[in-house]
Design a protein around this ligand. Structure first.
Ligand code: SF4
Ligand code: SF4
Length: 368
């Protein structure tokens, strides 16, 4: 315990030197961190200076209504590796799935981390919070709502990891039997960053934590509370199939000639035009590939209400919560859709929104 306290009081620079990490190796890590956070190489000395002085922040990870996919995603992160992240750069003091302690000892670890790091620790949450009945999801006899409120009270910041924590996700899907809500609907008096995705990209989770560690603050956020550096552009904006979309060349089935030639998957249900995430650039599995590259359309997993967006294989099925913004995007892509720009009439949108129907390419092609 005394050793643990000593480790926590050391700066990161001291800790790395103690572990025999060379100055060169440290700067290499800083360069990798800058690149992950999409910062220019000129920022590397500033990052090195900040990290040199940084103390390992305490992290309390709370898992509520979720499938553990977000933790699975993080434990497959590679840059920096999760071992690096957990053991060298943060102090992961509570995590149901990864911790050895259980029962009273586990809860005691959470309470100790809260008291010893008052005002400084980070709370990571995956999963949504059921409000319909506290008994729907509880840990150690404590409801998710109570655990969230008491843990967040002394936190510096909250990271809502995954679409369930960020937007309610699958538990929130119609008819939302548990009354699931997002973290942001409960926590109003602390900075909250949404790292959405089902699951989120591991480098995005670690990138947000690295940003906090480096600058002592959360990165710039978009209108949905997501870090701009990773969610600032749509999947469609960065998709390598985009030239085919712009030329109006679409695969009609998963095994036709268009699919074999790598044409755009829009008509097979790709939600890339209305989905903001870094998959096309960060990729998955250590940068190996991503869904659209492997031949499947984007499901829109990082957007609110994506489970209620109609069929995954229907072109442009849209959650009614955001119909205007998303159809507006398609109207803007008039070149690709031929006559679509002038065709999407108000009544089509209004009717679809009212009935929560899919808006298809054919609908877009109809004249007003
Ligand atoms: S619709 Fe999908 S496959 Fe086509 S260019 Fe956009 S993101 Fe890529
Ligand atoms: S490609 Fe789309 S559905 Fe797939 S992980 Fe990325 S954002 Fe989610």
């Amino acid at each position: 315990m005394a050793d643990d306290r000593k480790k926590l009081s050391m700066t990161l620079g001291e800790s790395l030197r103690q572990q025999g990490v060379s100055r060169r190796g440290f700067l290499k890590y800083c360069a990798a961190t800058a690149s992950m956070m999409a910062l220019p190489p000129t920022m590397v000395p500033a990052i090195a200076q900040a990290l040199e002085k940084a103390k390992r922040p305490s992290v309390i990870w709370l898992s509520f209504q979720e499938c553990t996919g977000c933790t699975e995603s993080l434990t497959r992160s590679h840059s920096p590796s999760v071992e690096n992240l957990i053991f060298d750069h943060i102090s992961l003091d509570y995590h149901h799935t990864l911790q050895v302690a259980s029962g009273d000892a586990a809860e005691a670890a959470r309470e100790a981390a809260m008291h010893e790091n008052e005002g400084k620790y980070i709370v990571v949450v995956d999963g949504s919070i059921p409000l319909a009945n506290p008994g729907y999801s509880s840990i150690a006899g404590i409801s998710n709502l109570q655990m969230l409120e008491e843990t967040v009270a002394g936190a510096a910041a909250v990271v809502a990891v995954g679409s369930c924590a960020a937007f309610g996700g699958l538990p929130h899907a119609n008819p939302n039997p548990t009354g699931a809500v997002s973290v942001g609907e409960i926590v109003k008096d602390k900075p909250v960053v949404n790292v959405s995705g089902c699951p989120p990209i591991p480098t995005v989770i670690t990138g947000v934590l690295a940003h906090f560690l480096t600058f002592g603050s959360l990165p710039e956020l978009d209108a949905l509370g997501r870090p701009m550096v990773f969610f600032g552009q749509s999947i469609h904006d960065r998709c390598y199939r985009r030239p085919f979309y712009d030329k109006g060349l679409f695969a009609e089935t998963f095994d036709d000639e268009g699919a074999r030639k790598g044409w755009c998957l829009f008509r097979l249900g790709c939600k890339g035009p209305m989905t903001y995430n870094a998959c096309a650039t960060a990729k998955w599995n250590q940068g190996t590939s991503w869904p659209v590259e492997s031949g499947h359309g984007c499901l829109g997993c990082s957007e609110p209400d994506f489970w209620d967006a109609g069929g995954f294989y229907n072109a442009l099925s849209i959650p009614d919560s955001d119909l205007t913004r998303k159809t507006g995007y398609v109207v803007g892509a008039g070149v690709a859709l031929g006559a679509a720009a002038g065709a999407l009439n108000r009544s089509t949108r209004a009717k679809a929104a009212a009935k929560h129907e899919t808006v298809t390419i054919d609908d877009l092609d109809k004249k007003s």
